[in-house]
Design a protein around this ligand. Structure first.
Ligand SMILES: [Cu+2]
Length: 267
């Protein structure tokens, strides 16, 4: 029962940005870049069937420097269902670090995303915040403004889901029956909306609402992948519920492969 946390120490490092052709949007470029762009556009026009270009952020990693905090033992004795779902005493670890120093549950996002990307409709695909073995799965969920979020109780015990935003309406859902679910959405972009269960004090999670698609949540390997970015300078921010934020500026240029590792530390 307790083994859900140990999986997935694969992937690795490096924000690989790969240029595959021409034809992207050129926001925030310099004059020489703009001239190059015009040339490329002319070339593309002159050559029917030219490959439409894109730049792909293939992956990156958020790391934790030093020994992660040990965490505290969770006392589940007041709820036999929760207690019986775990073979060993579960440790409350807000800072979850994988074997290679990868930091989990981090929102990685582009702060100054390309303007055109904010106007697209939110995906209709439902995201999921589950309650499973008396824990939130995942601990951090990121959605687009307007995207449906299913909040589900997979446990045969009562949970309540108290959602405490700053810029969106808050709510408090009682979910007494196994399998029950409710769908909610958030209209205003907001990072770090706190979710908690009043019955089980160790249950906390974060919901992030983004106005664009350039974000990801890290797993236990600390790896993230961001979608296609046009050339330009971008601020990449990593947000963790207890460690705060770390940010870096990257330059995305056609034909280059920069790498990025964002690092948090205990001090
Ligand atoms: Cu609960």
């Amino acid at each position: 029962m307790a083994g859900r946390r140990g999986r997935g120490l694969f992937l690795y490092s490096a924000l690989a940005i790969v240029a595959v052709g021409a034809g992207w949007t050129f926001d925030g470029r310099s004059a020489p870049e703009a001239a190059e762009a015009a040339e490329a556009a002319e070339a593309a026009e002159a050559e029917p069937g030219a490959v439409t270009g894109r730049i792909v952020v293939a992956g990156g990693q958020v790391r934790f420097a030093g020994d992660p905090p040990a965490g505290a033992a969770i006392d589940m004795s007041a709820d036999a269902y929760c207690r019986d779902r775990h073979d060993e005493t579960l440790m409350d670890r807000p800072v979850r670090v994988g074997a290679d120093g990868g930091l989990a549950d981090v929102l990685v996002r582009i702060v100054n995303a390309p303007a055109a990307s904010a106007s697209g409709a939110a995906p209709e695909t439902e995201a999921l915040l589950d309650q499973e073995d008396c824990l939130y799965t995942p601990r951090a969920v990121a959605i687009r403004a307007g995207q449906p979020l299913v909040i589900r109780n997979s446990d045969a015990t009562l949970h309540n889901v108290r959602v405490v935003p700053a810029s969106n309406p808050g709510f408090n859902l009682g979910q007494p029956i196994q399998g029950i679910q409710s769908t909610r959405s958030f209209e205003t972009p907001e990072v770090g909306i706190q979710v908690r269960c009043d019955i089980h004090g160790w249950m906390t999670a974060s919901i992030h609402v983004l106005e664009h698609e350039f974000f990801d949540i890290t797993g236990e390997d600390g790896a993230f992948t961001l979608p296609t970015l046009p050339p330009g300078d971008y601020d990449v921010e990593a947000w963790h519920a207890t460690l705060g934020t770390v940010s870096e500026r990257i330059s995305v240029t056609a034909g280059e492969t920069p790498s990025l590792t964002l690092e948090f530390s205990s001090g």
